[in-house]
Design a protein around this ligand. Structure first.
Ligand code: SF4
Ligand code: SF4
Length: 433
């Protein structure tokens, strides 16, 4: 059993900052950059510099386990292969496409002729051909989950979005509630299950108001409201709350598949119009941004364009001294500059003034980090064991169960980055494995 009773704490979500302005489309950046990396897998480029490409044309391939095609998100000319900053915190090669602003579509993008007749196998093949991956940050190819030989009982759409500042899932759900339910019904058909659940936080009454009137047209689909605690969006927590079952490895052990809200909405267009994964919604927020908001953009859009559309940086903030976080502040990655491109896993860029240099006092032994840990770990003991390079003790302390939620660092009165220390201990285990 992975945990006995779900626990978490309320944290200040700062979400109203980016909910004030409506979701904004920015469909025509001058250049997009398609990174030749998906999750940790390098991609094989299949277009040459100088090639003309259409929207939806395959430009790269992920090969091996989880093989999927990667598509051009604008039409135009491949002008270079160059290094760009990626959400992983690394510089990676990317295909640069100069937009011709003609929005020429690949022939493969066309309305589906027989939606009711699509079989489970055909729906799963559509996920693969479209290059659908988890837009909630995991980036895992979706079709692999649906190919698993598990006795599935329920598909859960995760619209909980418990990371502070992030509102991209909220915004896309509010913009396309019908597509969310249609996408979920297609997922249910693909898995051969009769039950679908949309999970969101209990304070998101607007989501309930948008979905409830539509539910009678979608038999088997229900809504589920989680408590307003962090990490209520954690997959194991949601599955336990909805199925009453725990699992160790994958949600399939509990008869569940969990898909992100944005992935579910784009799947609707993949089924009905054969549009591959070429766009997403991203939140640009934080105290360092003048007018935080959400954008619907082609993948590969430079975030610098979006910061400019937000009116730039907050007054008085020197961009060279800002703190950039790719993803949310609890689980995201600090990066050095705003030269980042939007990829499938990037739900947000948070910009904040650089925190003041802190004079770290020593650990107070207060135990708060252990009290909040959702998987009942003892972060200080793990840190000590890792510093002593005692791999046996690190293993004995169940370090592998850490999900890097960041709560232990969040509550630490001494501002010790204790979750990083646990992450390093996990690395020690991997090296010793
Ligand atoms: S919360 Fe911070 S100060 Fe308290 S025991 Fe954990 S690491 Fe030490
Ligand atoms: S980061 Fe790991 S150790 Fe810290 S609270 Fe989360 S699960 Fe527990």
């Amino acid at each position: 059993m992975i945990f006995h009773k779900a626990k978490g704490i309320w944290i200040d979500g700062r979400k109203s900052m980016s909910k004030t302005l409506p979701l904004r489309e920015y469909l025509n950046p001058q250049y997009v950059y398609i990174p030749l990396l998906q999750q940790a897998s390098p991609l094989k480029r299949v277009v040459e510099v100088g090639a003309d490409v259409t929207i939806g044309q395959v430009v790269a391939l992920r090969e091996g386990f989880g093989a999927i095609p990667i598509h051009a998100s604008v039409s135009g000319k491949v002008t270079a292969v160059k290094k760009v900053w990626h959400a992983s915190g690394r510089m990676v090669d990317a295909i640069e496409i100069q937009n011709d602003f003609q929005n020429r579509m690949d022939d493969s993008i066309r309305p589906e002729a027989d939606i009711p007749g699509l079989t489970s196998g055909q729906l799963i093949e559509k996920m693969r051909l479209a290059g659908l991956s988890g837009l909630g940050g995991a980036g895992f190819p979706t079709y692999v989950k649906y190919q698993a030989k598990c006795p599935f009982e329920v598909i859960i759409v995760n619209a909980v979005e418990c990371e502070p500042y992030l509102t991209c899932d909220y915004m896309i759900t509010m913009a396309y509630p019908e597509k969310l339910l249609k996408g979920l019904s297609y997922f249910m058909r693909a898995a051969g299950v009769k039950r679908g659940v949309v999970a969101f936080k209990n304070y998101n009454t607007h989501i309930r108001e948008a979905l409830e009137p539509l539910l009678p047209a979608y038999p088997g689909i229900e809504i589920f409201e989680t408590k307003d605690i962090y990490p209520a969006g954690w997959e194991k927590y949601i599955v336990q709350q909805i199925t009453g079952k725990n699992y160790v490895g994958l949600p399939g052990e509990a008869g569940a598949i969990v898909d992100n809200a944005a992935s579910t909405i784009v799947f609707c267009d993949m089924v009905e119009k054969n549009i591959p994964l070429i766009s997403r919604v991203i939140t640009i927020s934080g105290e360092g941004i003048k007018n935080p908001q959400n954008f619907f953009v082609p993948l590969g859009t430079p975030v610098k364009d979006l910061i400019a559309l937000c009116g730039g940086y907050a007054d008085g903030l020197d961009p060279a001294k800002a703190w950039y976080i790719a993803g949310g502040p609890m689980t995201g990655r600090a990066i050095l500059i705003d030269e980042l491109i939007v990829n499938d896993t990037l739900g947000a860029l948070i910009v904040q003034p650089m925190p003041e240099e802190r004079n770290h006092p020593a650990c107070l032994g207060c135990g708060r980090c252990a009290d909040v840990c959702p998987v009942y770990l003892s972060p200080t003991e793990i840190k000590r064991a890792a510093e002593a390079k005692d791999a046996a003790a690190v293993k004995e302390l169940n370090t592998q169960k850490c999900m890097q939620c960041g709560l232990c660092s969040y509550v630490c009165p001494s501002h010790i980055e204790i979750s990083d220390a646990v992450g390093k201990a996990k690395d020690l285990l991997k090296k010793g494995a």
